[in-house]
Design a protein around this ligand. Structure first.
Ligand code: F6P
Length: 342
């Protein structure tokens, strides 16, 4: 068979891993692989390249995606063009690694194009799967940064607000904040009380704590307030880009408490690290599973992670609304038992 490979949306550590593993498994079985470049742009503009074993050997440890990606190209309103261009590629089917934007963009082709889906996002907010690759790596970046920042916060008796990615979901802030025992973790799913946060900070200060770390998801907001949107990206399926909450909070906290405050935005560093071992294993297994699904003709399905195992699920499962943190998630309870503000 001739199989197309496409990566769409924001990159995530582990994407190259799933590409290496899928290509290895397919090429070893005698299939040929066509790389579709720069996400949906590759289909619309006919940007492709044949992939050999040599192209993919060893790429698993690199962040990014060697095929290129884009989170700016929507398929809406261009459905017929998409189908025509796809047909020109002469493929038996396509493996698509993407997030909610990518799969929403494929909804219209669910019946007409043979697709196998691979869920991907550092945000961990894709429905249908319990964990996505890239998430563990992003949490490690946050935890290491928060741990490192505590040293300078303690040295200067400062409070530092660390802003994480995640859009409307608090998974990265929660995972990374908990792993680094951040003093406070602010996530969109649990709008915080301004008075309670200030009281918590004042108490810690009164107890003699030198430095403090607050991890805030970019989509976090106080009760009855809206998340800060920094700017919009024209053409993007999800055009809002969240940002600014750490700076706003740092200035407000300093004013309210007198505790000298700074802010750090981790931004795209969360997508740029080498994948952790957990993410590597996940993607390595996923690629092998994808190749098996192709040979079984399981088009219209996705490889997902549920209850500790990889399994197959209808592609539609990835198209459901975002999977947010349950406000009483067990990690929230853990944070509370450890005396963190959440
Ligand atoms: O969805 C992944 C993500 O990294 C979000 O956490 C973040 O808000 C967004 O993408 C950033 O997008 P861009 O790469 O366009 O700045």
């Amino acid at each position: 068979m001739k199989i197309g490979l496409l990566t769409g949306g924001g990159d995530a550590p582990g994407l190259n891993g799933v590409l290496e593993s899928t290509c290895r498994a397919l090429l070893l079985r005698g299939h040929s692989v066509l790389g579709i470049l720069d996400g949906f742009e590759g289909i619309f503009d006919g940007k492709t390249r044949p992939i050999s074993l040599r192209d993919v050997q060893g790429i698993h440890c690199n962040a990014g995606t060697f095929l290129g990606t884009s989170n700016k190209t929507a398929t809406k309103g261009r459905e017929n063009e998409f189908l025509e261009k796809y047909a020109e590629l002469g493929l038996d089917g396509m493996v698509v690694a993407g997030g909610d934007g990518t799969f929403a963009g494929l909804k219209a082709f669910e019946k007409s194009v043979p697709i196998i889906g691979v869920p991907k996002t550092i945000d961990n907010d894709l429905s249908g799967t319990e964990v996505t690759f890239g998430y563990d790596t992003a949490c490690s970046v946050v935890a290491e940064a928060a741990d490192a920042l505590r040293a300078t916060a303690d040295a200067h008796r400062r409070l530092i607000v660390v802003e994480t990615m995640g859009r409307t979901a608090g998974w990265i802030a929660l995972g990374g904040g908990l792993a680094s025992y951040a003093d406070a973790i602010l996530i969109p799913e649990r709008p915080f009380s301004r008075p309670a946060l200030i009281e918590f900070i004042r108490n810690r200060r009164a107890q003699g704590q030198r430095g403090m770390i607050v991890v805030a998801a970019e989509g976090a907001a106080a009760k009855d307030e809206r998340a800060q949107v920094a700017f919009e990206v024209a053409g993007s399926p999800q055009k809002e880009r969240y940002g600014g909450v750490a700076q706003t909070l740092a200035r407000w906290i300093e004013k309210e408490t007198g505790w000298e405050s700074r802010h750090v935005v981790l931004g795209h560093l969360q997508r740029a690290e080498h994948p952790t071992t957990s993410d590597r294993f996940l993607t390595l297994k996923m690629g092998v599973e994808v190749a098996a699904m192709i040979e079984e003709g399981l088009w219209g399905h996705a490889v997902v992670y549920r209850q500790g195992n990889l399994c197959r699920a209808p592609l539609m499962d990835l198209m459901a609304p975002a999977k947010l943190v349950d406000p009483n998630h067990q990690w929230v309870q853990l944070a509370q038992k450890l005396g963190l503000f959440i």
